[in-house]
Design a protein around this ligand. Sequence first.
Ligand code: 13P
Ligand code: ZN
Length: 273
Amino acid sequence: MESIFELKAIQMFIDTCHQSWLKGWNERNGGNMSYRMTEEEAASVRPFLNEKTQPRPIGLRVENLANEYFIVTGSGKFYKNILREPENNICVIRVDETGENYRIVWGLAEGGVPTSELPTHLLNHSIKKERTNGQYRVIMHAHPANTVALTFLLPLEDKAFTRNIWEMITECPIVFPAGIGVLPWMVCGSSDIAYATGEKIKKYDAVIWSHHGIFCAGPDFDTTFGLMDTIEKSAEILIKVMSCGGKKQFITPEQILALSEPYHVDIDAQMLS
Ligand code: 13P
Ligand code: ZN
């Protein structure tokens, strides 16, 4: 390997950030993304890393992520520039052996630090790693407009959001059969929002932050991006339906639950009770 950009995970990371920008989900520096590298990926890029940089505190402890490497967006860096200048806008970090500190080992060449939401990303990686036997590797946070708009209109409850969003596209309960979590407005970048999101992410792959954005977790870039895309499209349909005077007919709870068997998913019936 002659350049870190030959690594497929780096290419996918950059491309996914750019697709998210093209979707309009990342105004200015809005949103952030992280990817937990495999051991093989980390080994293959080691010649390009500087492991002797200054350690910095994460702000919480993620023991099961000790010595793991992550690709992360930079704080305050504009999504629009990631494709053109990835080395200045994203970085690779390594969590230390205690799980309490990290080092920037590549990237942010013109200076900077990882996203201000790093505590939330790492805590939620830690939870998903444990709950999925290491399968989940991607976390995306963004500000998709229709999803945020709904937080001014619907009750801020998991059930209300799940049911309303499920009802807008038949595929929704198949794509996220456990539903969606919702948090009230909170100060972003804090360990409070990290822990609150962590509680929800134990059950869901998507958590809406009221009047702010959405936070999605998944095994790979396409699945995680696809989850956010599906939720945002459904939210857009709901906003259109509401703007046109509201639903005149709808998919019934029985019809939603009838999707479980043919699609081999476990749609949570409690969301519809
Ligand atoms: P960062 O630029 O620090 O990633 O913050 C953007 C954001 O969306 C905070 O929630
Ligand atoms: Zn945000």
